[in-house]
Write a protein that binds this ligand. Structure first.
Ligand SMILES: *Cc1c(COP(=O)(O)O)cnc(C)c1O
Length: 427
């Protein structure tokens, strides 16, 4: 191997993996086991005391998961990563490490509907308070920060409209106030955007979407950027204070720039338990190998489809930042020069009723609540993913009654457009 840094496509295939040392198996094996045999009592003691790294029990660590973690950390440019059972599990583990009862965090209101529910409802039971901001009004974010604010959370591009957010500007505000910026990079994947390069401290993923890419496995990932000083303020005691269960060990002091990933593993995953299965880790790893190819095809197809829709007389508007005259186009070019992603929204002139008819008339597109599959997907957010939200919340989340969301797959683009055409004819 040469000394030069491998490219993205090479890392997507090789990072974290090697032929199995025992059998020579070339594909990463599915280590379908709950537990791992200790060499002797001393070995067991040092594993349990965090004096040595090693496998104990699959809730906390497993070799198949470990390859996936190392690979995504490499693709995102982070110091370490931790896989979880789903994207929501990853978010829970992140906030569990950061928040104490009574603390708050600021979150973009342009967000995956499930995250709006998790932050606004489930987190309330822990007394973790969310303060919503408009991520496109960067000036309004700072006034929401007080001495109990522990993080800023954004999604870019944001669900469901695919709007690119100014990561760098928001990172600067977070850092001015000594708090980390967390970016949900599910919609872009690291092929399109690497938030840590723009100032994000932590990245979370629903690997259920583009990273796995085939709509067959749930998974989440936390990537530690290694950039944030968890000890400076005293506001992150889980990282900066001695842990009684590990003999008084201080995680940040001991593990330095990958302490956050360790905290999520040895405290969060250990005690809350949302581990990913080895089988799902294997399927997601297989997906990652083709991430660059798939993502580029998603982007190329989506741009053609958006351009075609824009010229259709039953379409009121198309919001796709890949279109040159889109108001978000310059932001997209700054953060995502390879393309604008697969997901975008448009409005039908016929409103709510037309939206429902259209969705039902499609044949290649599947009507379901997911994005990031090889297959083209469609949903009407106001009647599905965003239906629990108030009309005002729906509007501010870009999910008004006339909005249809597409996740463009990697089929032949002529067939995708043909399907949209026949469905529009029937509206
Ligand atoms: C799907 C999704 C999530 C939640 O992930 P799950 O794997 O479904 O738990 C979080 N954020 C975004 C942007 C998503 O699309």
């Amino acid at each position: 191997m040469s000394n030069s840094e491998p490219g993205f496509s090479t890392l997507a295939i090789h990072a974290g993996a090697q032929p199995d040392p025992t059998t020579g198996a070339r594909a990463t094996p599915i280590y379908q086991t709950t537990s791992f045999v200790f060499e002797d009592a001393d070995h067991a003691a040092s594993l349990f005391g965090l004096k040595a790294f090693g496998n104990i029990y699959t809730r906390i660590m497993n070799p198949t998961q470990a390859v996936l973690e190392e690979r995504i950390a490499a693709l995102e440019g982070g110091t370490a990563a931790l896989a979880a059972a789903s994207g929501h599990a990853a978010q829970l583990l992140v906030f569990h490490a950061i928040m104490r009862p009574g603390d708050n965090f600021i979150s973009a209101n342009k967000l995956y509907g499930g995250s709006i529910n998790q932050f606004g409802h489930a987190f309330k039971s822990f007394d973790w308070q969310v303060r919503w901001c408009d991520p496109e009004e960067v000036g309004g974010i700072e006034e929401l920060i007080d001495d109990r604010t522990r993080a800023i959370f954004i999604e870019s591009p944001a669900n469901p409209g695919g709007t690119f957010i100014d990561i760098k500007a928001i990172a600067d505000i977070a850092h001015k106030h000594g708090i980390p910026l967390i970016v949900d990079n599910t919609m872009a994947s690291p092929y399109l955007v690497r938030p840590i390069e723009h100032g994000a401290d932590l990245v979370v993923h629903s690997m259920t979407k583009f990273i796995g890419g085939h709509g067959n496995s749930m998974g989440g990932m936390i990537v530690d950027g290694g950039t944030f000083d968890w000890s400076a303020s005293g506001n992150y005691p889980m990282l900066s204070e001695p842990r009684p269960e590990y003999g008084g060990l201080v995680l940040h002091e001991t593990f330095g720039n990958f302490a956050f990933a360790i905290a999520c593993r040895v405290l969060g995953l250990r005690d809350l338990g949302p581990a990913i299965s080895p089988m799902n880790a294997f399927l997601l790893l297989t997906g990652v190998e083709t991430l660059p190819l798939r993502m580029q095809r998603h982007c190329d197809n989506a741009l053609e489809v958006a351009t075609w829709l824009k010229n259709h007389d039953k379409v009121d508007w198309v919001s796709y930042s890949g279109l040159e005259d889109d108001e978000n186009h310059a932001m997209m070019k700054t953060y995502s020069p390879n393309g604008a992603g697969a997901v975008f929204t448009f409005g039908l002139t016929g409103g709510y009723e037309a939206g429902i008819k259209f969705v039902e008339a499609l044949e290649i597109f599947s009507h379901l609540a997911n994005i990031g599959d090889t297959k083209s997907l469609v949903i009407h957010p106001a009647s599905t993913t965003h239906r629990q939200l108030s009309p005002e919340q729906q509007e501010s989340a870009g999910a008004g009654p006339d909005v249809v969301r597409l996740s463009i797959g990697i089929e032949d683009v002529a067939d995708i457009i043909g399907d949209l055409k026949q469905a529009l004819d029937r509206v």
